[in-house]
Write a new protein. Structure first.
Length: 188
């Protein structure tokens, strides 16, 4: 998710939390849930994902792919740095038109470098998604099932620093991480 989407989700979660508090205050005495019939639950999806079978292998494969991509990126960057250093040394000896031509060529080379680095980043990100997608889909299905069973409006991932960082305090009884972990174990 992009940062904007994450912030939007976090803002929505905070608005819903504020709405739940207000709804709970208006509920008749003795009512355990908000009058509108929904609740919010919390999980630590990162901890659940890391505990799933196959995660260690997927992480190892990803780490290897990342190391290869980083080495390639460093090689490309070193070649670029060398090219720029050579230009800077020769710059004083060049005519203005030759300098302009070299700078234009350097700009094209820089654009190419940036495209290659972005391609490496995209490749590694795609590999991570490929390795984790089956586990994430399974985890999401279990979370969705528990969300429906518990009549939760929303399940917030406290393990996500973009969202969890906005939550200052919450009722620990609404943390369903252990419940999801038990369901994951049952489904093996």
């Amino acid at each position: 998710m992009t940062v904007v989407v994450r912030r939007l989700v976090a803002g929505l979660a905070l608005c819903l939390l504020a709405g739940v508090s207000t709804g709970s205050a208006q509920a008749p005495a003795g009512a355990g849930a908000p009058s509108v019939g929904g609740r919010i639950a919390f999980i630590n999806a990162r901890a659940l994902l890391q505990g799933m079978p196959g995660y260690t292998r997927a992480e190892s494969l990803y780490t290897k792919d990342l190391a290869v991509a980083q080495a390639e990126g460093q090689r490309l960057q070193a070649a670029w740095d060398s090219t720029v250093a050579a230009y800077q040394q020769a710059q004083a000896m060049l005519t203005p038109s030759a300098r302009t031509a070299r700078e234009k060529a350097l700009g094209v080379q820089n654009d190419s470098l940036q495209a290659k680095l972005q391609g490496l980043q995209d490749r590694v990100g795609g590999r991570e998604r490929e390795l984790l997608a089956p586990m994430q889909q399974r985890l999401t299905a279990i979370i969705d099932g528990i969300r429906a069973e518990g009549n939760y409006w929303l399940v917030i991932d406290l393990g996500n620093p973009q969202i969890g960082g906005f939550i200052v305090s919450y009722d620990k009884s609404l943390d369903i991480t252990d419940r999801v972990a038990r369901r994951l174990l049952q489904s093996n």
